[in-house]
Design a protein. Structure first.
Lengths: 570, 420, 177
């Protein structure tokens, strides 16, 4: 490290690394020989960053590493490249139904060939969860903290105790400069110039014939406020990985179904699902004949369990807490929980039926009873007869040995096996198998199996189950089906408020930093010669306009462009 | 006449007015050395005419936008056609803002072609009104898309100024490696733009001629539950197929210049939607673009940068750099707000997660990171000037890839209707 | 001031290290939810076919076989007799064999158990709660849990026969001594 004499000729002792004297602004050393007239490097007002010091320790070296903007830019570029690489092929996290690494490996090989194998082997198939991508984000976070701290405090000090009379070199080597003769009374001219700058919104400090005018200093804090917001944002994102802060579950519910929301004390019921399609006339020509959804909505009720919640021998006692029609852009929310419409599937499911026991010969109806798919009752009294539910297959089928079984747990095609006892019936009761779904397959099963019971002596064929007035006024009355299964996504995200606050702070910082510019004008008059220098961190065009405007009103007409010190160089 | 018809008529008018405005700018730039004219007065006059024409065109463009909004009942930003026309409108807005700050009318000579190309590109997509997908029916989506487009529009103006700056400062005489390289790359940026024009010319040319060929393509898909589905789809080409879709049979083929069957088949690894057709379009764009470029070179007998550069000598390179940087500095917060923050708010409401690493999201982040790097690099003096102009050019490439490339190459949640 | 400043520096670096370590560590050691050998099974409380509640603690400390099954799953149906046979053989020596049904209706389970003659205790899961807690991916899944409460072996899929069950049960029983 270069050892410099950091004491300025004005007598001020500057810290190591200082570019421009903290007090008078005189350049302390030249970056390159022969750059005597070059505009000054005004970054951070030429003050030493905290990290610039002699004989760094290991800790200092780490600190210095993260405090470098160059490193920050490398980190940004690496993150950018990493993120872009992750979009080449589909990410593992987008496949809901695969979990193991072998499955993923096979998928990438199958779908993308050799490139896929390499992609997966490099771990790019889960880029955004990988240790190195996280590591980059962590390092960006560290860089944000350290870079900002390293600069903001010295900058704050420098801007807080500015000397009004600056070294002549400091003034003449600004990006915007003017020098010329001032005719007449110097102090009067300074006074009138001061007035003009004040009209432009500058705060002006005067020291005899030296002047410092400044406006929008707050915009200098914009980047740091932005960085604070980003740090908060990143911390909040990290907070989401704390299990208690985050939940992400899916629930599939057919109409009328109530299920517990996993890991909570809440239950959710799908009261009704509606799907509206666009009319043929509303569709574009390439969509004609397709079913294009206009709206889908789950009318949902949320319950809280208040009793017998963990008692497997009793049904939980539920209390309604919330009711909301859930749409894609309108979730149900209760406390921390939010329930979103994810998707839906057209799948007909049986819910319940009001079925009538009738006599096959006389057609006489003995009575009607309600039968439901979910937890059906065991015994039904119908007229003089007792119906005992003997077996229940929610999704009827036959196993390899032709025994009845259920193919799934869902009531896609239920079958109810009853034993009917009562006066004038077979001694062991009559067996009857009932299929409530009005499709051909189930009706065929019903006929074949009940015929078989008659042949086998288990039934006299006296009874039939019928649904009376199934259709009335174009609507089904005695039967309820679910046409759609709705898929809901249940989320809890306690970090969200912090994420939004972080984003908002960051945004405020950006606006402060980009839509206002910190402008400063220094001038001194030495024996009738005016030297004016002005600096801004952004938009020197506007600064030149300001200076030219104020000069013009004090009798010095100059085109704004001629004030540009950089131009004179080329 | 209903609102939709009104809007499409107005749109056509706006397009031609944009073209007229561009011609005025071209006259303003190129005509000042014409005989017996006062160069400054000439540039100012034609620049003003061009600006007024552009403003009128933009007002018509606004009429198009609001009439279509009224006609279809939702804000027209929900498919590629609507988004691209909106983007063009936003670029005009950004141009007007920057113009009002810097009063540099020649910027229009570069900003307008950009607007025209984007408007023409929008017209490649079906302009028919499509009903809204329920997921897109959210106020936040509208805010997100419009704000993001506005931010990108400022980047576009930054790009236009940077390109001007690059042509302005390119050294036509320098013989060493650096000089040759900077000439070559600057010329190449212009060639890239001409390739896009080539794309537009071939699409509209063959569309005007009513060309069509079709193939039946068999695609094998492994569904989520592991079942293998084989599907035969018909793929229709509106450009003569040099490349046939992978695994396809020719159904119908109009011979073109003696070409009666496709020259080859798209490779299997290109697995995007309609990959074969897209590849074919790219090949045609390159062919047409290169022919266009060849013709221009033949006319000019020198590199295009050498044609344009003399007309830019009156503009100060530092001013251009300032404009480019300022446009990006204005656009950056808007982009952050629109493409990231509003996008997160919408994603949180619609998809229950504020961030899902969807390719479009990732590329918005990549764009943001790129411009962050640009802004940080400008802190050091070594990266100002030409280098930062190149960054502004590359940055806009990233923006365009995010807007178009991601939809064409990578499928994701953002795949707009009517993209292919 | 120098001392103070150094302290702040250390504190910030320590904070970065801590938070960063957590973030990266999290991505390195994300455990999958599926139970594997050596894990301890999650506690559960379920009702049996007579509507009597049973808690996992009742079985803890004994060698246990937990078999997750459903009537809708053909291999589950097929392995019931083999399980019943092993239950008869080993129950007296202290082995617990428990079938956990995959959230079906009680009547369906009851009838099927009676039909195939499964006499070992059958517990009824509800709303896939226990199934989820065990991280089940495929049916049937059978856990062999040793007396010390850890999972000694997991068999995914079936149907299991004597050759699958016998050696594992012997290991379970031997491990107890």
């Amino acid at each position: 490290m270069l050892i410099q004499n950091t004491k300025c000729e004005c007598g001020h002792q500057n810290p190591v690394g200082t570019v421009l004297c903290e007090s008078c602004g005189k350049p302390l050393f030249e970056e390159a020989a022969g750059a005597e007239d070059a505009p000054l490097e005004m970054r951070y007002d030429g003050v030493a960053r905290r990290s610039q010091k002699q004989n760094p320790h290991l800790i200092d070296r780490v600190w210095n590493f993260f405090s470098s903007v160059k490193i920050a830019i490398y980190l940004i570029i690496l993150t950018l490249l990493g993120a872009a690489l992750g979009t080449i092929f589909q990410q593992e996290s987008t496949f809901i139904n695969m979990t193991t690494d072998e499955e993923f490996a096979a998928y990438y090989k199958e779908t993308y060939g050799t490139a896929g194998v390499i992609y997966h082997a490099l771990g790019l198939s889960h880029t955004y969860e990988s240790w190195w991508f996280r590591g980059l984000l962590v390092m960006i976070g560290a860089s944000l903290v350290i870079c900002s701290l390293d600069r903001v405090l010295p900058l704050y000090r420098a801007l807080n105790k500015q000397q009004i009379r600056k070294h002549l070199q400091f003034i003449t080597r600004q990006q915007v400069t003017y020098s010329g003769e001032v005719a007449g009374d110097e102090t009067a001219w300074v006074e009138s110039f001061k007035k003009q700058l004040k009209r432009r919104g500058y705060r002006v400090h005067q020291d005899g014939t030296a002047l410092l005018a400044e406006k929008n200093r707050f915009s200098r804090w914009g980047p740091y406020i932005n960085h604070i917001g980003l740090i908060l944002f990143l911390l909040a994102v990290l907070g989401r990985s704390v299990p208690a802060w985050h939940m992400d579950q899916y629930l599939a519910l057919y109409e009328g179904e109530t299920r517990q929301i996993p890991d909570t004390n809440y239950y959710l019921k799908n009261d009704d699902f509606t799907l509206e399609l666009y009319d043929e006339s509303e569709l574009a020509s390439n969509q004609k004949g397709k079913a294009v959804p206009k709206l889908f909505e789950t009318k949902a009720t949320m319950y809280e369990c208040i009793e017998a919640c963990n008692d497997p021998t009793r049904d939980p006692v539920l209390k309604q807490v919330e009711q909301h029609p859930i749409q894609v852009n309108s979730p149900l929310s209760h406390g921390d929980l939010k329930i979103y419409q994810n998707s839906y599937q057209a799948r007909v499911r049986f819910i319940s039926v009001n079925v009538t026991l009738t006599d096959t010969v006389t057609g006489k109806a003995y009575g009607t009873f309600a039968l439901r798919a979910d937890n059906p009752e065991r015994v039904y009294e119908v007229g003089p007869y007792t119906l005992r539910l003997n077996d229940y297959f929610p999704d009827f089928g036959l196993d390899s040995e032709s025994r009845p079984m259920t193919k799934t747990r869902d009531p896609n095609n239920p079958a109810f096996a009853f034993t009917i006892t009562g006066p004038d019936l077979l001694k062991d009761g009559e067996t009857y198998l009932y299929f409530p779904m009005p499709n051909e397959e189930s009706k065929a099963y019903q006929a074949i199996l009940n015929d078989y019971y008659v042949k086998n002596g288990q039934s006299s064929g006296k009874f039939a189950f019928k649904v009376e007035n199934a259709m009335s006024g174009g609507k089904m009355v005695n039967v309820t089906f679910s046409e759609y299964t709705t898929f809901l996504n249940i989320r809890k995200d306690k970090a969200m408020p912090y994420i939004w606050v972080g984003a908002a702070i960051s945004m405020i910082g950006l606006i402060m930093g980009f839509y206002w510019q910190h402008r400063r004008v220094w001038l001194r008059i030495d024996g009738g010669t005016l030297s004016l220098g002005a600096h801004t961190n952004k938009n020197s065009y506007g600064l030149r306009a300001d200076v030219a405007w104020a000069l013009a009103r004090t009798g010095i007409e100059v085109p704004p462009k001629s004030l540009d010190n950089r131009r004179n160089l080329r | 006449m209903n609102w939709i018809d009104l809007s499409s008529n107005v749109f056509t008018a706006a397009f031609f007015l944009y073209c007229a405005a561009f011609i005025c700018y071209a006259i303003a730039v190129a005509g000042k050395r014409w005989s017996n004219r006062d160069p400054q007065g000439h540039t100012a006059r034609w620049g003003r005419i061009g600006f007024i024409a552009a403003i009128v065109a933009w007002v018509l463009h606004l009429v198009f936008f609001f009439a279509r909004w009224k006609g279809q009942g939702h804000i027209p930003t929900s498919n590629m056609y609507e988004f691209m026309t909106f983007l063009a409108m936003a670029i005009m807005f950004a141009f007007i803002v920057v113009y009002l700050i810097y009063r540099n009318s020649l910027l229009g000579a570069f900003a307008l072609p950009l607007v025209i190309i984007i408007v023409a590109y929008a017209s490649v997509f079906p302009s028919e009104v499509q009903p809204l997908n329920p997921a897109l029916n959210s106020i936040w989506l509208r805010i997100h898309v419009t704000t993001a487009a506005l931010g990108e529009a400022f980047f576009a103006v930054g790009f236009a100024a940077a390109l001007m700056q690059l042509i302005r400062v390119v050294d036509l005489e320098r013989k060493d490696k650096v000089g040759v390289r900077s000439r070559r790359w600057t010329e190449f940026s212009l060639v890239a733009i001409i390739l896009i024009v080539g794309f537009l010319v071939s699409v509209f040319g063959f569309r005007g001629a009513g060309y069509e060929a079709s193939f039946s393509q068999e695609t094998v898909e492994i569904a989520d539950d592991g079942t293998v589905n084989s599907q035969v789809n018909e793929v229709t080409y509106s450009l003569p197929p040099i490349v046939a879709p992978y695994n396809s049979e020719t159904v119908d083929f109009q011979a073109f210049l003696g070409m009666e069957k496709p020259l080859f088949e798209a490779p299997s690894w290109m697995n995007g939607v309609n990959a074969g057709r897209k590849l074919n379009t790219v090949i045609w764009s390159v062919i047409t673009g290169l022919i266009l470029y060849g013709l221009l070179r033949l006319l000019a007998r020198k590199p295009l940068i050498a044609v344009i550069k003399p007309h830019l000598m009156d503009i100060d390179a530092d001013d251009l750099e300032e404009i480019s940087y300022r446009a990006i500095a204005i656009g950056f917060p808007v982009f952050t707000l629109g493409a990231l923050i509003f996008a997160m708010i919408w994603a949180e409401i619609a998809w229950s997660r504020f961030w899902g690493w969807d390719p479009k999201e990732v590329w918005a982040l990549v764009t943001w990171l790129f411009y962050s790097a640009y802004l940080h690099l400008r802190l050091s003096r070594g990266w100002q000037g030409t280098r930062s102009a190149w960054l502004a050019v590359i940055g806009f490439l990233v923006v365009m890839f995010t807007l178009i490339g991601v939809n064409l190459v990578i499928a994701g949640l953002h795949s707009y209707a009517g993209v292919s | 001031m120098g001392k103070h400043r150094k302290l702040v520096q250390y504190l910030i670096l320590a904070f970065v290290l801590l938070v960063g370590g957590y973030a990266i560590g999290n991505s390195l050691f994300t455990s999958s939810d599926a139970l594997a050998k050596g894990d301890k099974p999650p506690a559960f409380k379920l009702a049996d076919l007579d509507n009597v509640a049973h808690d996992w603690s009742e079985y803890e400390g004994k060698p246990v076989i937990l078999n997750f099954w459903g009537t809708f799953c053909p291999p589950c149906r097929a392995e019931m007799p083999a399980l019943q046979k092993q239950y008869e053989k080993w129950h007296d020596q202290g082995l617990e064999l428990v079938g956990i049904n995959l959230s079906e209706d009680q009547i369906t389970v009851e009838r099927f158990a009676a039909e195939v003659g499964a006499k070992f205790p059958i517990l009824l899961d509800r709303d896939k709660k226990t199934e989820r807690a065990f991280g089940l991916k495929q049916y049937p899944t059978t856990y062999f849990i040793s007396a010390d409460g850890t999972i000694q072996d997991v068999l995914v899929g079936g149907p299991l026969d004597e050759d699958d069950l016998e050696p594992r049960i012997e290991r379970l029983m031997n491990g107890r001594k």
